[in-house]
Design a protein around this ligand. Structure first.
Ligand SMILES: Nc1nc2c(c(=O)[nH]1)N[C@H]1C(S)=C(S)[C@@H](COP(=O)(O)OP(=O)(O)OC[C@H]3O[C@@H](n4cnc5c(=O)[nH]c(N)nc54)[C@H](O)[C@@H]3O)O[C@H]1N2
Ligand SMILES: Nc1nc2c(c(=O)[nH]1)N[C@H]1C(S)=C(S)[C@@H](COP(=O)(O)OP(=O)(O)OC[C@H]3O[C@@H](n4cnc5c(=O)[nH]c(N)nc54)[C@H](O)[C@@H]3O)O[C@H]1N2
Ligand code: SF4
Ligand SMILES: [Mo]
Length: 716
């Protein structure tokens, strides 16, 4: 048994009669928190935070604590099933893994033969740590089409940081930033990607100044030195305004600018197109506040930008990401202690190499759906979801015949949900791997039961950029559930990829660890491995970009035919771009701000977590509510030109009266009829996915700022 620091562990073991305690790493969200899992009679009895873990230092969130309620949920799928009868008939029969994977393999090979490998689309959800195996099977098959949330989540941060400075700059909380600018993010709730809320809170307690850029008064905004309540979707203009101040007041790091950047003069011309009067008019933020924020951020060292997904789910996605990197770079905060570090991963086979991207033939890569339109995305193997729905529904530019979703619920999480639903109803064959029979899984032909994090061995945080890898250790087995990696390893053998896979997936873990010189069994014995920590690496080698400089003027975007400098584009549906529509739909709708107990569509059936959020809620300013005759708790109809849904009013003075904020990903697993009310409160019924409204380089769909109207539901 491992040595562990947990004050009550031994007493609890004795008092409750636990049989064992196993160290592992949670993955109820993007994962990473160290846990101690107490086991009794072969079942998980309790989960506690591991104080030795450098990621969470013993803290856990509600989702991590409730993990066992997911693992042992009575509705959980514990064996493979095949649909009998038409879609939504609700009739399923139990089949063996052999039959399930045999059928899926035969379909894959059949479609490949008849329509080409590109007619088979794999899809995965966010950060479930199965992407390396999914890309591996797709690339070896010859399909360039892996559908993810990468067009509007995290993928843009990776793509834009690679073309700007070589990798994603991660905040060095260990060395205490003295100023944090939290931008379109709420890390203490979301704990996303490479970040957890705990080190952020510790940095604030240690005295860091805080600037928050958010249209809503979040908890961090309430304790911030400055809160900039911008008009949703105007982040690019705001960042350009701040950069204008930093440039014209000469608050930038001159050594960095002179020696390590590319395109300064052009960049200065561009920021001068954004004087603060113009920026104030676009963003609704008073110019004095913009100036104050720019100064505070630029003069306090070290400083860091805690950025989030809100800046990516917009038409200015890639430019927003680059602008925030410019704020980090020009103030001298890249690769310095307490700033934003280009961390090195431990020497392992990384996600990209494991994903076998080099095995995808060029002529197949050229067929990537949407790759010609969204060229930056295409280069990073990311596709826009609408391109998949079009290929299913209209067979344009070629037919897609099979969808295989492994940890994704696109009926609720992708824009224009009715179109998504139509595509899933119509596709020739669909397989899903999930924990539950979700509204997406219900449209499948075969559904496979997936293991939770408590039921698998894996290398946690293997895809992240913070420099750590952590062993996730299998604690229990539930039914016939299999991890996605084991399932794909088996499937790969059945479609002729055996030579690239392993007899058992444990050897796949050994393969990942090979460059480190250890095996999985050895890795399992240690707490974590961290890559070498070194600052200012660019001083020796430059940045890993075509010019070896920090690219303010992007030579990569220029080559792809895009504007090499960032700009503000007005969002497609707004008081400015569609004034007539604004008369009919007089509020700006933002969607998806995270809730602590849920992870997108997940956890609405988990008792402790549903207790935290019983119904979907839409935040409305009290003045707006009064104008519309809406009271706290009323059911409200929210409507956009695409459709309408219902959520409950939450009166909230921390939002601008011209803006409302609805929750995303709602369905009702407690309702037993097929569909589980998937279209009743699902905000993606309202969002649009038209190509014109997407970011031109990344194909990011705009789900953060659209127009809507609200009214009291009759019968309240
Ligand atoms: N309107 C609006 N829409 C949004 C957003 C928004 O802010 N607003 N946010 C978007 C963002 S950022 C993202 S990343 C996407 C997320 O979109 P998705 O990743 O599609 O999110 P989920 O709907 O949670 O889908 C995960 C499904 O996989 C299952 N699952 C969980 N873990 C595993 C596993 O290990 N293996 C398998 N096989 N199944 C598993 C869960 O039960 C669930 O049904 O949603 C996006 N949609
Ligand atoms: N509990 C929980 N945790 C999660 C998730 C979850 O569903 N539940 N999802 C995970 C995923 S996949 C992701 S991507 C992350 C996302 O996590 P974060 O990056 O923290 O993003 P959100 O909470 O979606 O939004 C952050 C803030 O952006 C604000 N915002 C909305 N529109 C705009 C805008 O136009 N500009 C600016 N500047 N701000 C705006 C919202 O008001 C909100 O407070 O969370 C991850 N963690
Ligand atoms: S933040 Fe994520 S990894 Fe940490 S306990 Fe919560 S769900 Fe688990
Ligand atoms: Mo995401």
């Amino acid at each position: 048994m491992h040595e562990f620091k947990y004050a009550n562990a031994e007493r609890e073991m004795e008092f409750y009669g636990y049989d064992s305690v196993i160290k592992s790493h949670c993955r109820m969200c993007h994962g990473g928190c160290g846990v101690l899992v107490f086991v009794k009679d072969g079942k998980v009895a309790k989960i506690a935070g591991d104080q030795d873990c450098p990621i969470n230092h013993g803290t856990l969130c509600s989702k991590g604590l409730a993990s066992a309620q997911l693992a042992y949920h009575p509705d959980r799928l514990t064996y493979p099933v095949r649909r009998v009868g038409p879609k939504l008939s609700g009739k399923w029969e139990r089949i063996s893994w052999d039959e399930a994977l045999g059928t899926i393999a035969a379909r894959i090979l059949g479609y490949k033969e008849k329509y080409g490998a590109e007619s088979v689309v794999f899809g995965y959800g966010t950060g479930r740590e199965n992407e390396a195996a999914i890309y591996r099977i797709a690339n070896l098959l010859g399909s360039p089409n892996v559908l993810t949330a990468g067009h509007f989540c995290y993928g843009p941060r990776i793509a834009t940081s690679i073309i700007t400075c070589g990798t994603n700059p991660i905040i060095d909380y260990e060395n205490f930033p003295k100023c944090i600018m939290m931008w379109g993010n709420n890390v203490t709730i979301s704990n996303p990607d490479c970040y957890k809320g705990e080190p952020f809170s510790v940095a604030l307690d240690a005295g860091a100044k805080l600037i928050v850029i958010d249209p809503r008064l979040t908890r961090p905004a309430a304790r911030a030195n400055l809160w900039l309540q911008l008009r949703p979707g105007t982040d690019a203009a705001l960042a350009l305004g701040m950069l204008n101040v930093i440039v014209n007041e000469e608050l930038y790091d001159k050594d960095f600018v002179n020696n390590y950047t590319y395109g300064w003069d052009d960049f200065v011309k561009r920021v001068n197109e954004y004087p603060l009067e113009r920026v104030e008019a676009i963003t609704w933020v008073p110019r004095e506040k913009i100036r104050e924020a720019a100064r505070l951020f630029a003069v306090t060292k070290p400083a860091a930008v805690q950025w989030g997904v809100a800046i990516e789910q917009q038409i200015n996605c890639a430019d927003n990401d680059r602008l925030l990197m410019f704020l980090m770079g020009l103030t001298g905060n890249i690769d310095v202690p307490g700033g934003q570090v280009l961390f090195k991963a431990p020497p392992i086979v990384n996600v990209g190499r494991f994903g076998a991207h080099d095995k995808l033939p060029q002529e197949q890569a050229a067929k990537r759906l949407g790759g010609e339109r969204f060229r930056l995305a295409g280069q990073f193997a990311i596709i826009n979801p609408k391109a998949v729905w079009d290929a299913v529904l209209d067979e344009e530019p070629y037919p897609v015949k099979m969808l295989f979703f492994i940890s994704s619920n696109p009926v609720l999480t992708r824009a224009n949900a009715r179109e998504v639903y139509r595509a899933l109803e119509q596709v020739d064959f669909m397989a899903v791997s999930d924990f539950f029979m979700t509204p997406t899984a219900e449209l499948a032909d075969i559904v496979l039961p997936a293991s939770t994090w408590l039921e698998m061995d894996y290398i946690g945080d293997f895809w992240k950029r913070h420099g750590y890898i952590l062993p996730r250790r299998k604690v229990v087995q539930v039914g016939e559930c299999r991890s996605d990696h084991e399932m794909l390893n088996d499937l790969a053998h059945r479609i002729g990829q055996g030579e690239y896979w392993w007899d058992s997936f444990e050897s796949g873990l050994d393969y990942i660890l090979e460059p480190l010189g250890i095996t999985w069994q050895e890795f399992k014995q240690i707490d974590y491995v961290r890559g070498e920590v070194k600052y200012k690496k660019y001083k020796e080698k430059g940045f890993s970009t075509p010019t070896r400089k920090f690219e303010l003027y992007s030579t990569v975007l220029e080559k792809m035919g895009y504007d090499p400098l960032p700009q503000h584009r007005e969002i497609p549906e707004s008081p400015v771009s569609t004034p007539d529509l604004y008369e009919e739909y007089p509020y700006i709708l933002i969607t998806g701000a995270r809730q602590p107990g849920f992870f997108h569509t997940e956890n609405r059936q988990i008792p402790w977590l549903r207790e935290l959020h019983k119904d979907p809620q839409v935040e409305i300013h009290p003045e707006t509510a009064a104008k519309e005759g809406i009271k706290e708790g009323d059911w409200v109809i929210i409507e956009s030109p695409r459709g309408k849904v219902r959520q409950r009013a939450k009166l909230f003075a921390g939002i601008d009266p011209r803006v409302v904020a609805a929750q995303h990903a709602w369905w009702y697993p407690e309702r037993k009829e097929p569909g589980h009310g998937w279209d009743e409160s699902n905000i993606n019924i309202l969002t649009d996915n038209g190509y014109e409204g997407c970011d031109p380089a990344m194909g990011a769909t705009n789900v953060r700022a659209l127009l809507c109207r609200i009214k009291l539901e009759l019968g309240n």
